[in-house]
Structures are given as structure tokens and as C-alpha cells.
Ligand binder design. Structure first.
Ligand code: BEZ
Length: 160
């Protein structure tokens, strides 16, 4: 079942890159007491994700902050090294936390996994955006698959 507005984010462990290597980030710590804009996508360095999805959120980072969002988080079923390299290539700096859901456990727990084996990617994430306040989903825009129609930064900003 797909997560819905009003649901609590499932407990899971993601990874982020640090100077000392990948570090665990629990969703409990990530969301506790914070207003967080999350977007998920099928893969680092893939065309729409790189050309539109990440740049859209990066361009609106200040607008999210102005609306009281504490952090913007990008999640993909990739490893922390790939997410780090992609974030650097996108110039996200501290504006977007690039978090790795390497085994896809978080994405599956959200009900947002998609099997892209046919496209050569394996089990990945549908494209989505959501606003999470203190661990509870307040807005959700989940695409049917990998297209970018409703999970863009502007649509989520309009919810704030
Ligand atoms: C894209 O970002 O355009 C994309 C992602 C996954 C599969 C195919 C395309």
C-alpha cells in the first residue's frame, strides 16, 4: 500500500556521504521535529532527474526555506557514493541532502517502489514529492511511474 497524507513515515535507515565515508541516517532522526520537503526519483544521473527534478528543487531551495521548510531531501535507490557524486555534479551544496536508499527498504516501505528491470535499472523508486512535518506526511504527489508531472518543486511549494 502506498503511503498517504496523514500517515507516519516508516522507520528506515538511509545513508549520506561524509568526509569519513557513508553515515547512517535514520528516518526517525531525519524527520523528528522538522518540516522536510522530500523528493524521490528513479535514479542518479538519469535524464529527467538530472535535467529537471533536482534542478527544480535546487532553484526553489530559498523559497522552501522562506515557507518554513528546514531541509530538502532527495532519496534514490542508489548507494551513497553515487548520490554524493551526483549531488556534487548538480551543485546542490547544503541546499539538498542527497540520501541513499541503497537496498530500497525505505522506498518499498513507502509503497513507492517500481520495477524498472526492463529499462535496465532494477527495482527503483517512483517519482514523488512530499511534505513531512515531525514524521507525518502532510502532502504527497506520487507519479504513476517515472514521469515528472506532479512531483516537481513548484507543485509542492503550492502546498505550503
Ligand atoms: C529519467 O530520469 O528520465 C529516467 C529515469 C528512469 C528511467 C528512465 C528515464
Amino acid at each position: 500500500m502506498t503511503i498517504a497524507v496523514g500517515d507516519r513515515i516508516p522507520s528506515a535507515t538511509l545513508h549520506r556521504m561524509t568526509a569519513d565515508g557513508p553515515e547512517k541516517v535514520t528516518t526517525d532522526d531525519l524527520f523528528a521535529g522538522k518540516r522536510v520537503a522530500v523528493f524521490g526519483l528513479p535514479g542518479a544521473f538519469t535524464p529527467t532527474c538530472s535535467a529537471r527534478h533536482v534542478p527544480g528543487f535546487l532553484a526553489k531551495a530559498e523559497a522552501f526555506r522562506a515557507k518554513g521548510v528546514d531541509r530538502i531531501v532527495c532519496v534514490s535507490v542508489n548507494d551513497a557514493w553515487v548520490m554524493d557524486a551526483w549531488g556534487k555534479s548538480q551543485g546542490v551544496g547544503d541546499d539538498i541532502a542527497m540520501l541513499a536508499d541503497g537496498g530500497g527498504a525505505f522506498t518499498k516501505a513507502l509503497g513507492l517502489a517500481i520495477d524498472l528491470t526492463g529499462a535496465g535499472l532494477g527495482v527503483r523508486s517512483k517519482r514523488y514529492s512530499m511534505l513531512v512535518e515531525d514524521g507525518v506526511v502532510k502532502a504527497l504527489h506520487a507519479e504513476e511511474a517515472t514521469g515528472l508531472t506532479i512531483s516537481d518543486a513548484d507543485t509542492l511549494l503550492a502546498d505550503l
